[in-house]
Ligand binder design. Structure first.
Ligand SMILES: C[S@@+](CC[C@H](N)C(=O)[O-])C[C@H]1O[C@@H](n2cnc3c(N)ncnc32)[C@H](O)[C@@H]1O
Length: 378
């Protein structure tokens, strides 16, 4: 990537599936050009009183690496993005310690003089982030949002207007656009409305932070898998892989008082939501683990009896099944002999064939017109 800050070697985090995809986009380039024009990309001319630089939602590190001179904080809900930033700093011989990585529920260090935000796919995440960061902004802080025009809507601009202050947008450049907001000190946007709790017709109270999958309702796929959970699991060791707000793992733990459940997800908000859902349902004394990780990294091979999985079919703004494939491969590694993987997915995704290739078997245990629940045995 060649930008005013220099020339950088950037890779997407492995297994993107599509090798032609770049690790940055025109919105990153536009943002970096703008910061250069504003003289906000180097430490020179930036006294402590001006506040520090906070980057939100840097996908693979394009912003963190280019702006490393300013020792930024980078806050993201994605553990995979944290790994990608680390990888790309190393590729460009930049000390890992120059960028402070924060999970989406960590409190950034203030005061903040420059806030740059890549617009995330989930509007609620942006809403929550702006609420959290606003009290840390210095008066006169530079606040710039950036995204591809197809991902910036009037509702996106309204959020900046409602939470930060008067907002304008720039002309599109290579199909990217910037959102420029001025901090209005008199504005009182109140606290973030997240997390939210909703009561399912299955009897469960589910807690969801802003960036969690199917935050407002029970996903049809998740519902189908709930209807086909295996019973009588005794002391089984179970993983809810890609747990989201933790519905699957919590229900299986509720039905099997002696089993242990590990909740795993790459989203910091998913893990916190799952923990809250689980604790609300089963109290503080019931044992469970909550692991922020990539697929099943950190889980011992041959150690698990049952894995429940409703795989993601998006990677940021990109659709694909590379992550699902990797989850199935990892599930086979982690399961003990005779252990089972239960997967729910849209029929057209062809998980049946993938499981057959990886496990040598795959059986349909439930279906409706749109979804199938499949079982593969190690
Ligand atoms: C379709 S949602 C399912 C959520 C939940 N199990 C449910 O059924 O409501 C898929 C989940 O996988 C998570 N995920 C995506 N990529 C991941 C990865 N590489 N490792 C672990 N989890 C991942 C997402 O954050 C998301 O919570």
């Amino acid at each position: 990537m060649e930008v005013p800050q220099g020339k950088f070697d950037l890779v997407r985090f492995p297994y993107s599936g599509n090798k032609t995809l770049r690790a940055w986009d025109a919105a990153d380039e536009y943002l970096l050009a703008h910061l250069s024009e504003m003289g906000r990309d180097h430490t020179e001319g930036d006294s402590t009183a001006d506040g520090s630089l906070l980057i939100l939602n840097d996908g693979f590190g394009a912003l963190s690496v280019s702006l490393a001179d300013r020792c930024p904080q980078m806050l993201s809900d994605s553990y995979l993005s944290h790994l990608a930033v680390g990888e790309n700093l190393a590729r460009n011989a930049i000390d890992a310690g120059t960028v402070t990585l924060l999970g989406s529920l960590d409190e950034p260090r203030g005061p903040i003089g420059t806030l740059i935000a890549k617009v995330p796919k989930t509007l609620a995440l942006l809403e929550d982030q702006l609420h959290r960061v606003r009290p840390l902004l210095v008066p006169g802080a530079l606040v710039v949002g950036a995204g591809m025009t197809r991902n910036i809507h009037s509702s996106t601009i309204d959020l900046f207007e409602k939470i930060v202050g008067p907002t304008t947008t720039t002309l599109a450049r290579k199909k990217a656009r910037l959102i420029l907001a001025r901090v209005d000190a008199a504005l009182d946007p109140g606290p973030s409305p997240y997390p939210t709790t909703h009561h399912l017709d299955t009897g469960l109270d589910v807690v969801s932070h802003a960036n969690v999958f199917s935050r407002k309702r029970l996903d049809i796929g998740t519902r189908l898998l709930l209807e086909h959970l295996p019973q009588g699991l005794g002391t089984a060791h179970i993983i809810d892989l890609g747990c989201g707000n933790g519905i699957l793992g919590t229900v299986v733990a509720q039905q099997n008082p002696d089993c242990t459940v590990v909740f795993a997800d790459e989203s910091f908000m998913a893990l916190r939501s799952a923990e809250a859902t689980f604790r609300r349902t089963l109290g503080d004394d019931r044992y469970a683990e909550f692991l922020v990780t990539d697929a099943l990294d950190g889980i011992e091979s041959d150690s698990v009896d049952l894995i429940l999985n409703n795989p993601p079919f998006h990677d940021g703004h990109v659709t694909g099944d590379a992550i699902a494939w990797r989850m199935f491969v990892e599930a086979r590694r982690a399961l003990c002999s005779g252990g089972e993987l239960y997967v729910v997915g849209n029929r057209h995704l062809g998980y049946h064939e993938k499981l057959k290739r990886i496990f040598g078997n795959s059986e349909t245990v439930g279906s409706n017109p749109k979804f199938v629940v499949l079982r593969a045995v190690r």
